[in-house]
Design a binder for this molecule. Structure first.
Ligand SMILES: NC(=O)c1ccc[n+]([C@@H]2O[C@H](COP(=O)([O-])OP(=O)(O)OC[C@H]3O[C@@H](n4cnc5c(N)ncnc54)[C@H](OP(=O)(O)O)[C@@H]3O)[C@@H](O)[C@H]2O)c1
Length: 294
């Protein structure tokens, strides 16, 4: 009963490795095998197929992605090679082997001009190469025709890898005052909570009660500025200096890739599954900040 994770060193892959998976029916612990690009480069369809043949998983999770949002603007081929071609290779291999796949996607498939949470069936319109390549990945996964869910999530944070929480804590350690964008709103989501959602989803994907695109994110929407305030509140409670955080606009902080302004995912489809709930990201944030500076 192996869970095979493509991606090894990223935020989500680490959370999947650490997740307390329910034991197998015979009481033995669930085995999680996570493969980084050195072991199985997802751009290589043969390597992907070999990994599935070798490990004979009962669930495949694609946690591998090209996630450098700004860099993708100048190297679109690299982004598409991983996010479209690689995701498609995993989906084809999983479908051929009859194994359910949970693929992970992003809120950046939307342009963020909306004013109410985005449902799965709303039109996509990515603003940049990263979002476009992830959308192409969703389509490649759907085209493979297996038992799949493309789980769109947003604003991922954990004590691993690169993310906004770690950036804020690093900058806040040296500076008494920061400026953070206040006109982009989204739902922060802890990698640990995505891992739990994937474990929760497994039986629903396996028997077809969940399929296609599904949104999952932290319960509360907030701006980057508000998120920064929450991060520094937690750090200050642990005795760290608390910088002031001034709200600025997106125009004050230009980046190579445009970001959606209103990037709030509606998670009603996920919530309709029996037993589903959305996590309070503030609970996970306290743990992550404690892990990083406590
Ligand atoms: N981060 C966010 O805020 C965010 C928001 C919404 C959705 N998502 C989605 O959530 C998922 C997980 O994101 P994350 O934050 O955990 O990403 P991450 O920390 O950037 O990790 C991505 C991992 O993908 C692996 N990878 C890249 N190219 C690969 C290749 N060709 N073959 C095999 N592995 C490869 C890398 O492994 P190596 O180090 O071994 O190369 C890297 O560790 C992704 O699908 C992402 O698009 C993320």
């Amino acid at each position: 009963m192996t869970v095979l994770v493509f991606g090894r060193n990223g935020q989500l892959a680490n959370a999947l490795i650490r997740h307390p998976w329910s034991p197998n029916a015979d009481g033995s612990p669930r085995k999680v095998v996570a493969l980084g690009s050195a072991e199985a480069d997802i751009r290589d369809a043969v390597a992907v197929t070999n990994a599935i043949t070798t490990h004979q998983p009962t669930l495949v999770v694609n946690a591998a992605a090209y996630t450098a949002v700004d860099k993708a603007e100048s190297e679109p081929e690299a982004a598409y090679a991983v996010n479209e071609t690689g995701s498609g290779a995993i989906a084809h291999a999983a479908a051929a082997a009859g194994i359910p796949l949970i693929h992970v996607s992003t809120d950046y498939v939307f342009d963020g001009t909306g004013t109410s949470p985005y449902r799965e069936d709303q039109p996509t319109a990515p603003l940049g190469v990263y979002g476009a390549s992830k959308l192409a990945g969703e389509k490649a996964v759907a085209a493979a025709g297996g038992r799949t869910v493309s789980l769109r999530t947003s604003w991922v944070f954990s004590a691993d890898g690169n993310n906004f929480v770690k950036t804020m804590l690093r900058l806040g350690a040296d500076r008494p005052a920061l400026r953070v964008v206040a006109d982009q709103v989204g739902r922060p989501t802890a990698a640990a909570d995505i891992a739990a959602a994937i474990a929760f989803l497994e039986p629903f994907v396996a028997d077809g009660r969940a399929s296609g695109v599904l949104h999952f994110a932290g319960a509360e929407a907030i701006s980057w500025h508000g998120f920064a305030e929450a991060i520094f509140d937690e750090a200050a409670a642990l005795g760290r200096p608390r910088p002031s955080v001034a709200p600025i606009t997106t125009a004050d902080y230009p980046t190579p890739a445009k970001r959606p302004a209103y990037s709030v995912l509606a998670c009603d489809r996920f919530l309709a599954l029996p037993g589903a709930s959305l996590p309070d990201w503030r609970v996970a944030l306290r743990q992550v900040v404690t892990d990083l500076v406590g």
